[in-house]
Design a protein around this ligand. Structure first.
Ligand code: HEC
Length: 161
C-alpha cells in the first residue's frame, strides 16, 4: 500500500511540473505575439476586403446615392425638366433654320413660312418628326421628345407669322 502511495505521489509531482511548464510556455507564447501583429493582420484584412469589394452597390437612401454619384447634386427637378421651346430650337434647329442651310425655311421669314403654316400644325409636326425632303427626322436629334418637337415648331411658327 505504501508503495502505491509513493507512486501516486510521484505521478502527482510529475503532473504538477508538467502543468507549470505548460503555463510558462503559454505565457512566453503570448508575449511573443505582440499587439502589432494583430493590428497588422486587421489592416491587411481591411485592404484585401477593399480590393475585392463589389464595383457597384445599391444605394437605398438619397444620401448614399449622392455619395456614390456626385452628379446627383445637379439632378434637381428644374435640371431634369424638359428643355424650353427656345432651348430646343437653339440646340437642334437653329443651325439650319437661322441660316437657311440646306434650303431650310428661315425662322422669321414670314413669306416663306406662310404656305408651310397653312398646311396645319399636324402636317408640320409629321414633316418635322418623320423628315421631309431636306428636313431630317427631328432635325437629326432623335432624343427629342414629341413635346419638345411640338414646342420647337410652335416657337418657329410664332416667330414667322
Ligand atoms: C440639317 C438642317 C435642319 C435642321 C437641323 C432642322 N431642320 Fe427643319 N427643315 C430643314 C429643311 C431643309 C427644311 C425644308 C424642307 C422642304 O420643305 O424642302 C425644313 C423644314 C422644316 C419645317 C417645315 C416642314 C413643312 O412641312 O414645311 C419644320 C416645321 C421644321 N423644319 C422644323 C424643324 C425643327 C423643329 C427642328 C429642330 C428640332 C429642325 N427643323 C431642324 C432642315 C433642317
Amino acid at each position: 500500500m505504501s508503495e502505491d502511495k509513493a507512486i501516486l505521489n510521484d505521478i502527482g509531482k510529475v503532473l504538477g511540473v508538467l502543468v507549470l511548464v505548460a503555463v510558462i510556455i503559454s505565457i512566453i507564447a503570448i508575449n511573443l505575439v505582440d499587439e502589432d501583429t494583430f493590428s497588422m493582420t486587421a489592416l491587411k484584412e481591411k485592404k484585401v476586403l477593399n480590393r475585392i469589394k463589389p464595383l457597384g452597390v445599391v444605394a437605398t437612401t438619397i444620401a448614399e446615392a449622392k455619395a456614390a454619384s456626385p452628379q446627383l447634386d445637379d439632378a434637381t427637378p428644374e435640371n431634369l425638366a424638359p428643355m424650353t421651346a427656345e432651348e430646343v430650337y437653339n440646340r437642334a434647329c437653329m443651325a439650319c433654320h437661322a441660316t437657311g442651310a440646306a434650303d431650310a425655311p428661315i425662322t422669321g421669314d414670314v413669306k416663306v413660312w406662310e404656305s408651310r403654316i397653312s398646311q396645319g400644325s399636324d402636317v408640320l409636326f409629321e414633316h418635322a418628326t418623320k423628315g421631309f425632303k431636306g428636313m431630317p427626322p427631328r432635325g437629326g436629334s432623335p432624343q427629342l421628345s414629341d413635346e419638345e418637337m411640338k414646342a420647337a415648331i410652335d416657337f418657329m411658327v410664332m416667330k414667322s407669322q
